[in-house]
Design a protein around this ligand. Structure first.
Ligand code: URA
Length: 241
């Protein structure tokens, strides 16, 4: 196994982050400072900053995140975290983030390589949000959300939008910018009252009460790998219904 993949499996960084650690000379294999081309075999001793590492079995968890829990491993303000809530025996970390007041589907894993790809905009992973906003949504506001909204960090990509009620909509995005849904809705004059992620990369919360989690099945993990390998050219985008 390539050393960067080994480090990702040991949960210390993504593959790209692991390459930085290797370049910085912080990784030793069998006592020798390792290079980017180093391969690791069974029985090799791998150390990061002098600490021995072992790759742990991969784990994939889907959490129904409740409100009031932060999407980090540790919170300086002592608030409950998704990692603490799950309490998994493996070092799973969240893939992307949901705001503390956002509820819904959140994936956690120690598979750094897959997490990295799922978060990369190139793979256009679908995130489906149910949004309740202030005020009644006009057709024009829905059209603007679908076409793309100019935010401080650039225009958002076309999105799928479906009206669920006078002040409620479903928004399907494949980008993952910070506070993106809230900024988009604010940008068309409708601040968000409540935000819930109904699905992530095809994974829904069926059967999962708020605060509960489950391991993904083998098939679900394979499906995630497929999503994060091929970019779908057929995906409908920029439609408001
Ligand atoms: N967009 C937001 O504004 N907040 C979230 O938590 C997720 C997407």
């Amino acid at each position: 196994m390539r050393l960067n993949a080994y480090l990702a499996r040991a949960g210390v960084a993504s593959r790209r982050g692991a390459e930085d650690l290797i370049r910085e000379g912080r990784v030793r294999v069998n006592g020798e400072v390792a290079g980017l081309a180093t391969f690791v075999d069974a029985g090799d001793r791998v150390e990061l900053d002098g600490r021995a590492l072992a790759p742990e079995p991969l784990a994939y968890v889907l959490l129904h995140k409740p409100a009031g829990v932060v999407t980090t491993a540790r919170d300086p303000h002592g608030r409950p975290t998704v990692v603490g809530l799950v309490g998994h025996e493996r070092r799973v970390v969240p893939v992307g983030r949901l705001d503390a007041d956002t509820t819904g589907a959140l994936l956690l894993t120690n598979d750094g390589a897959l997490a990295h790809r799922l978060m990369h905009p190139r793979y256009e992973v679908d995130k489906v949000y149910e949004v309740e906003v202030e005020g009644d949504l006009s057709d024009e506001a829905l059209r603007r959300l679908a076409a793309g909204v100019e935010l401080g960090d650039g225009r958002t990509a076309p999105a799928r939008v479906r009206r669920l009620g006078p002040s409620r909509l479903e928004l399907t995005l494949h980008e993952g910018r910070k506070h993106q849904v809230k900024r988009m809705c604010e940008g068309v004059g409708h601040p968000v009252r409540r935000l819930h992620r109904r699905a992530y990369a095809g994974l829904t919360l069926e059967g999962l009460a708020p605060g509960r989690w489950r391991e993904l099945s083998r098939d679900e993990v394979d499906a995630l790998r497929a999503v994060a390998t091929a970019r779908s050219p057929t995906r409908a985008r920029g439609r408001s219904l």
